[in-house]
Design a protein around this ligand. Structure first.
Ligand SMILES: Cc1ncc(COP(=O)(O)O)c(C=O)c1O
Length: 395
């Protein structure tokens, strides 16, 4: 049977593929998937109680497919505390989604098939599958080098088919934050080329030091840029990934381009679970600056420093300096190709990592990423245990 040609663009998931490879090779200490640490129990209780109470209201109808109005208001309040200034009327072009994943899939599907989306690389490799799913092509481009926007790279990657630019700061896998000045320069360039900007920001809540490495979202760069920006985020890294809740604030330009954008979204799931939305709203309303994350982030920072120290002593290099999150993107300790290295380390040292080829390193022109690997050290791994595993690894 002839199925959609879009299937031909799908590759094995670049992260999950390596989870299996590592396990098959004998790894038992898995640093492969990026999973956050646990949040405090009282916050989970707030979430669960509000979800429970909502269930007991006995509503049997569908949730509003655009998302609950109260949650969207709370999101706007929360976003303002994390560098993303939105206006109260943004509830009109905001959709509550099943994680950032659904928001991304929705966004990429809005473009005519055959469009090209520039993907700032190194990047979360799954994004290429999401773009391909919609019949479009993700084009890797190093928009920033050493913290500076590189216009020549951006120009060279742009063709008549280019419709949008995908960015993700704080970044998966590098954990870097791009400073507002250079990020804004890139956005000005994109707007000058009539390109939409999609900014995927699920990690901005877990920055180590907001004074040293502040994050400012492109939605905050003034009206002209704002109107071209679609902001996507998620509660996966705030609460936990299995609640599957995220959102997109669609750009004004996109909203104004077709009156069916909203109904296009409706077809994807007819809305997100009402009780989950109620739980998340309750957590945000408790305090939209999410103070409970402070200790969680301090734990990430402590682990990140340990990992940086031990891996550097082993011989790994760290050209990308982590500013937050629970991941790191160093080079292999001996500079070898990361795919071979990951298999060898899984077999010999029983540790699982994801090679740089899953984050753009497999593309022409990005060979320098082949010697990198990603390590995720969330997932509740205790500091002491991490230290022990790392000393076995680097012995
Ligand atoms: C950069 C980035 N965007 C989006 C996602 C997907 O997030 P969600 O769990 O909200 O679908 C991830 C998940 O790891 C991610 O790293």
């Amino acid at each position: 049977m002839d199925l959609t040609k879009n299937l031909d663009g799908i590759k094995p998931d670049p992260i999950r593929y390596w989870v299996k490879e590592c396990k098959d090779a004998g790894a038992t200490n898995m640093f492969t998937i990026g999973v956050p640490d646990k949040i405090p129990k009282d916050i989970l209780e707030t979430f669960a109680k509000a979800a429970y109470d909502k269930e007991l209201e006995g509503i049997t109808g569908y949730p509003p497919f655009v998302g609950e109005a109260g949650l969207k208001e709370a999101i706007i309040d929360m976003e303002g505390r994390f560098g993303a200034t939105l206006s109260p009327t943004d509830t009109d072009n905001m959709y509550v989604t099943i994680g950032a994943s659904q928001a991304l899939q929705f966004f990429f599907s809005l473009f005519q098939q055959g469009s090209e989306i520039l993907v700032n690389t190194p990047c979360w490799g799954t994004i290429f599958n999401m773009v391909a799913h919609s019949g479009n092509k993700g084009v890797p481009v190093g928009l920033f080098e050493s913290g500076k926007f590189v216009k020549e790279n951006a120009d060279a990657a742009t063709t008549e088919k280019t419709k949008a630019v995908y960015i993700n700061y704080p970044a998966n896998p590098t954990a870097e934050v791009m400073g507002p000045k250079e990020l804004k320069r890139m956005c000005e360039w994109a707007v000058s080329k009539d390109l939409q900007i999609v900014t995927d920001e699920p990690y901005k809540y877990v920055i180590f030091d907001n004074d040293k490495t502040p994050y400012e979202s492109p939605v905050s760069f003034g009206q002209e840029i704002n109107e071209n920006v679609s902001l996507i985020s998620s509660f996966s890294k705030i609460i936990k990934p299995d609640i599957r809740l995220g959102f997109i604030r669609v750009s004004k330009i996109i909203m104004d381009s077709h009156k069916m954008v909203g109904f296009f979204f409706r077809n994807l799931s007819a809305g997100a679970t009402r009780s989950v939305q109620a739980g998340v709203e309750a957590v945000i309303r408790q305090d939209p600056s999410l103070p409970f994350l402070k200790d969680v982030v301090a734990g990430y920072e402590k682990k990140s420093e340990l990992v940086q120290k031990m891996l550097t002593e082993w011989g790994c290099e760290l050209p990308y300096k982590p500013a937050g999150t629970y991941m790191i993107f160093p080079t292999t300790h001996d500079g070898s190709d990361s795919e071979d290295w990951v298999k060898k380390i899984a077999a010999e040292r029983k540790c699982g990592f994801v090679p740089g080829t899953s984050f753009g390193g497999a593309f022409d022109g990005f060979g320098h990423l082949r010697s990198h690997f990603r390590m995720g050290f969330g997932a509740g791994m205790e500091y002491e245990n991490l230290e022990k595993v790392l000393s076995d690894l680097t012995r």
